[in-house]
Every structure is written in structure tokens, then in C-alpha cells.
Design a protein around this ligand. Structure first.
Ligand code: APR
Length: 230
């Protein structure tokens, strides 16, 4: 079965009502990244950081997957579909996607700040008083700016195996995630779905830009790919 690899970003969840980071009114407009999404910020003011993620985690109770997520699930009828997402929401999983790798962590998980770095499912607010069974404070299981991206190797390996690569809803500004496109084999079709695409024609080999939102763009693309079994 041919393998489709999808690299998704915040634009994937925009039509579900979750703000992106760098669009007008985006998350980084109202917050200082280094204050709320860095280990230094967490050390300086853990309550501020916990509150930032608690608000985003609470929102997950109110949002649901959109047509773009469903289109990727539909593709699983015809292809092996592997999703590498920069998103920390669980919308791909809730839509029914079978293989989702979270490059930047997951809102609905927390991690011990102790040596075990044990990870736990966590759906409610996290407070500075919450402790791991080993007694250490808990932190959001999120990759913060300046931290290693532990799943980069597996993500690069998956991307290198793609028969088709779809990049959707990302401004391609954050590395190493944005560099994954370079693991695409020459000649493998690359579809870039974004109403304001961050790439230009001929920037990559075999590139087709689909200047649409994820919902409509992925639905049409999924129909094309299913029909041609490309
Ligand atoms: N459908 C598809 N794409 C959309 C939509 C939509 N409905 N709405 C906006 N977009 C596009 C924007 O045009 C933009 O290119 O989504 C992209 C969002 O870009 P960013 O806000 O920069 O989000 P992302 O690329 O995922 O950010 C990468 O930066 O702050 C860190 O860790 C954070 O994972 C995040 C990383």
C-alpha cells in the first residue's frame, strides 16, 4: 500500500476554532513566547506557564475535528497514512487517524520534572501543587523553545518513506520541523495546502500549491488521490 505522509501545523486546527500562532490575532500576539513556552519561563514563573497551557487544554473540551481531519482519515481506506504534526491538540486522533506523531508534544499529557521524565495522560488543569508519584512537580508534555525535539529522528525517517507528502497549515518558520520537507525523496509529489502558502512554485521539486483552507483543500485532494491511487 502506498504511504502518504502529512506534516500538519496550526492551520490544520484553525477551522476547529483553535488559534494559530502567527496569523493576525494568533497566540503569539498576546504572549511572550519566552515567558510561556520556554524552560526559562517555566523556572521563572511556573504558575504563568501552567495557566497558559491550562487555558489551551480547557479549550479542547469545546472543539472538535474539522473536515480536514476527516479527509485524512478517509485516505486511510486507500493508503498507509502517517501524520507528523506540530500541533499539541488531539484532533487528529479524535477524528480517527491511526498514526499520529507529535513533534512538539501533547496538551493532554504531562511529564515528571524528575529524572524518570515519566509521562501521564492529563485532561484537566495542572497546578504547581500537582505532583508525580515520584514526588516531583509535573510540567506540560510540550517541547518548549530551546528544547530538543525527541521525535525528530522518527519523523525524518517517516518523511523519507513517503510516496506522497502533504504539508498543511504551517508557516514553515520553526525548525527542525520546517526542515522535514528536505527528507522527501526526489520526484515524490509534494502538496502544500494553505490559504496563504509560505512556499513559492519551484521552491521544492514536484511541488503543487493548493491555496485553500485545510477543510476544503484536503477534502478535494483526498478525492483526487483516492481516485488516482497515486
Ligand atoms: N487552513 C490551512 N492553513 C491555515 C488556515 C486554515 N484554515 N488558517 C491559517 N492557516 C495557515 C497560515 O497561513 C499559516 O501558514 O496556517 C499557518 C499557521 O502558521 P503558524 O501560526 O506559524 O503555525 P505553525 O506553522 O504550526 O507553527 C509552528 O511554532 O510556535 C511554535 O510550537 C509552535 O508548533 C508551533 C510552531
Amino acid at each position: 500500500m502506498k504511504r502518504i505522509v502529512v506534516l500538519s501545523g496550526a492551520g490544520m486546527s484553525a477551522e476547529s476554532g483553535i488559534s494559530t500562532f502567527r496569523d493576525a490575532g494568533g497566540l503569539w500576539e498576546g504572549h511572550d513566547v519566552m515567558e510561556v513556552a520556554s524552560p526559562e519561563g517555566f523556572a521563572r514563573n511556573p504558575a504563568l506557564v501552567q495557566d497558559f497551557y491550562n487555558q489551551r487544554r480547557r479549550q479542547l473540551h469545546e472543539v472538535k475535528p474539522n473536515a480536514g481531519h476527516s479527509a485524512l482519515v478517509e485516505l486511510e481506506k486507500f493508503f498507509e497514512v502517517s501524520i507528523v504534526t506540530q500541533n499539541v491538540d488531539d484532533l487528529h486522533e479524535r477524528a480517527g487517524s491511526s498514526h499520529v506523531l507529535h513533534l512538539h508534544g501533547e496538551l493532554r499529557k504531562v511529564r515528571s520534572t524528575g529524572p524518570t521524565a515519566a509521562v501521564f495522560p492529563w485532561k484537566e488543569d495542572l497546578t504547581p501543587d500537582d505532583r508525580c508519584p515520584d514526588g516531583f512537580p509535573l510540567r506540560p508534555h510540550i517541547v518548549w523553545f530551546g528544547e530538543e525535539v525527541p521525535l525528530l529522528g522518527p519523523a525524518a525517517h517517516i518523511t523519507a518513506q513517503a510516496d506522497v507528502l502533504i504539508i498543511v497549515g504551517t508557516s514553515m518558520q520553526v525548525y527542525p520541523a520546517a526542515g522535514l520537507v528536505h527528507y522527501k525523496q526526489p520526484g515524490v509529489p509534494l502538496y502544500f495546502v494553505d490559504p496563504n502558502p509560505a512556499v513559492v512554485p519551484d521552491q521544492y521539486d514536484s511541488l503543487e500549491i493548493i491555496p485553500e483552507k485545510a477543510g476544503a483543500g484536503l477534502t478535494t485532494l483526498a478525492e483526487r488521490l483516492a481516485y488516482t491511487r497515486l
